[in-house]
Ligand binder design. Structure first.
Ligand SMILES: CC(C)(COP(=O)(O)OP(=O)(O)OC[C@H]1O[C@@H](n2cnc3c(N)ncnc32)[C@H](O)[C@@H]1OP(=O)(O)O)[C@@H](O)C(=O)NCCC(=O)NCCS
Length: 284
């Protein structure tokens, strides 16, 4: 990468071991940056969903999605195959990392249900993004990382690295995203912040404790994350407990009535085993 020597060591170590991949239709690929910050993506890891020989790898992405989200409430968010094609691979793009060749991890192959002799790319992280109508504006549809499901592999930072480089690949200028307040990915999203809230409580989603955010993106933000991602919290007005549905509804009411604007000002803080998100409120 172009600023290899300044990369945070955890990200440098991941880039040394893992191979990047991109899934994009040949119709969209020409608009993407397939050398993000100088990172080389091998030609065989640029996957065109319009080709039948892409199918085995695309099926593995569905396995990755299931393994990352698991069962329980989050399990409701796994995507059926048609949705991967119609809403992600074809109109948008997927960027991620995997083990390949002699660097491959037996633990990862086992988790993904692959034979120990499998030699292909074993995907272990991905960000799926979907373009909105305005050029450069995208919706971050899902982020998956098997970092915590593969203990002992030393994959800390994988989710954040995947999201940061995916944004560069898809030339994102403004990013929307939707996540549950109690989801650990909020720690990652907050690195790009402050995040302006478009919704604070979202009954239109399968999980109503979902918020929708919007954030401007530029290279400066991405380079800062890759070179120094220490937690930053900007000016905030209060902390939202991640299970405080009543407060989420109140904030949503204020947003809908254009009475106030809210931002996530930094990563969640933990107190008595509970997470609280710092929120900046500005009356309209
Ligand atoms: C959420 C998820 C993407 C995190 O991936 P990851 O590779 O573990 O994340 P990273 O290692 O990059 O962690 C980034 C930061 O988040 C923090 N973090 C991650 N998971 C955490 C958790 N469960 N509790 C507290 N902090 C957590 C890390 O400590 C790290 O903080 P730091 O940068 O200050 O050191 C991954 O666990 C996952 O795929 N979960 C299931 C799917 C999901 O819910 N996706 C998000 C929905 S959009």
């Amino acid at each position: 990468m172009i600023f290899q020597e300044k990369l945070m060591p955890k990200y440098g170590a991941l880039l040394d071991r893992l191979k990047a991949f991109v899934v994009a239709s040949s119709i969209n690929l020409k608009y993407f940056d397939i050398t993000p910050f100088g990172l080389k993506i091998a030609a065989e890891n640029i996957i065109n969903p319009l080709r039948t020989d892409s199918q085995p790898f695309l099926s593995l992405l569905q396995v990755l999605d299931r393994k990352a989200f698991g069962s329980g409430e989050a399990g409701e968010l796994t995507a059926p195959k048609w949705l991967f094609y119609d809403c992600a691979e074809f109109p948008g793009g997927i960027f991620g990392f995997g083990f390949q060749g002699k660097e491959s991890s037996l633990q990862a192959k086992q988790l993904m249900g692959l034979d120990k002799d499998y030699r292909g790319l074993v995907p272990i992280s991905m960000l799926i993004t979907i373009p909105m109508i305005e050029p450069g504006v995208w919706m971050s549809h899902t982020l998956s990382s098997l970092s915590q499901a593969l203990p002992g592999e030393g994959l800390a930072g994988l989710g954040a690295l995947t999201k940061t480089l995916a944004i560069k690949v898809f030339r994102v200028r403004m990013l929307y995203g939707a996540t549950q307040w109690d989801n650990p990915s909020v720690y990652i999203h907050a690195k790009f912040g402050p995040l302006k809230l478009v919704t604070a409580y979202t009954p239109a989603h399968s999980l109503e404790n979902t918020f929708t955010y919007c954030v401007d993106i530029n290279d400066e933000v991405l380079i800062r994350i890759l070179t120094d991602d220490s937690p930053r919290t900007s000016d905030y007005s209060f902390f939202l407990a991640v299970d405080d549905i009543a407060k989420m509804k109140e904030m949503q009411g204020q947003i809908e009535e254009h009475k106030a604007e809210y931002w996530i000002a930094g990563p969640p803080c933990r107190k008595d085993n509970k997470a609280f998100v710092p929120i900046k409120m500005t009356p309209c």
